[in-house]
Design a binder for this molecule. Sequence first.
Ligand code: PFF
Length: 382
Amino acid sequence: AAGSAIGLGNIWRFPYLTGENGGSAFIIIYLFCIIIVGFSVMIAEFAVGRRTSLAAVGAYKSQSRNWTFAGVLGVISGFFIMGFYPVVGGWSLAYIFKSITGLLAVPEATGEIFGAFIGAPVEPLIWTVIYMLLNVAIVAKGIAGGIEKASKVLMPTLFVLLIIVILKGISLPGSSAGLRYLFKPDWSQVTGGTVLTALGQSFFTLSLGMGCMLTYGSYLRKDENIPGNALTVVVMDTLVAIMAGLAIFPALFAFGMQPEAGPGLVFIVVPALFSHMGNVGPIISILFFAALAVAALTSSISLLEVVVAYLIDEKKMDRRFATYISSAVITVMCVLSSLSMGKMSGVKLFGVGFFDFFDILTDKIFLAIGGMLITIFVGWFM
Ligand code: PFF
């Protein structure tokens, strides 16, 4: 469950949302949402999963046919999140290799390199497809030992690397402005939109509101402590998010960069920092992006699994076929999302590009509705 929760949401999304929403005040609202809303919804999901021993749709359906739609909504959310998540997973993979092919040569150029990379018509697509193939290889076999072993090594690696990056960042002259940005709230910028973004991010980062934690709850033994498990996941996830903030903002201010840089933030600031590390820079960079890719993978397989489990349980498909067919459709969505950063930037759905469309639709709307439904279900029905 921690592998599912800790992912791009913590290291890629949380810092850039913090930057776009004015820093500390956003973080305080976010923490509030995590503690008050996220923690409770996670307990609810674990409880339903454990009681029914079934994946999302089956769990709802087993209690009442009228509630099946809530499970299906979760499957749709997972499907749409997979419409953009693998694109960023692909960026992480690409950056492992870029670490030794010129990315770190000029610290001031990391922004341009990122912009040129994601806007290119072919290269990011290749990485997205490679990333998807990794997901398919794992999920087609059933969520299995390999990824668990890899994440048991690479997740602590990510943790240690974050600490190294934090220490390096706060040692730079001018970094204290970043700490002030993270810890001294400026409430003047807070709007209703800030609160909605923080709420959406708390669902996204904890993998809530779409039946993922519900499914993981179905693997819990009857004597496991549900609030205790939920607390562990919530604390670990929040710790990694705050660490990612500490890794990025002090360095960002030291380099005189802009906090509002958007989705590129981690891919621009962190390499700039590595390029100040001399000979060890490329090695740390490779490890950092490899660990990030694994963190992403342990999250995206849980997303894909929700879709695949639905096709197996409800549509009676065989696991391999269900994985291939859902991944094929997902890959098409990802291609559109990736191209919306460049060649297809003019194509809009409801006023935004494909990438933003899938992102906004899921985390600001679907996950929150899913979270509300599970709460009503547990509190008033079950
Ligand atoms: N929690 C993951 C992250 O922070 O990267 C993303 C995610 C995974 C969201 C699984 C939802 C989910 F069901």
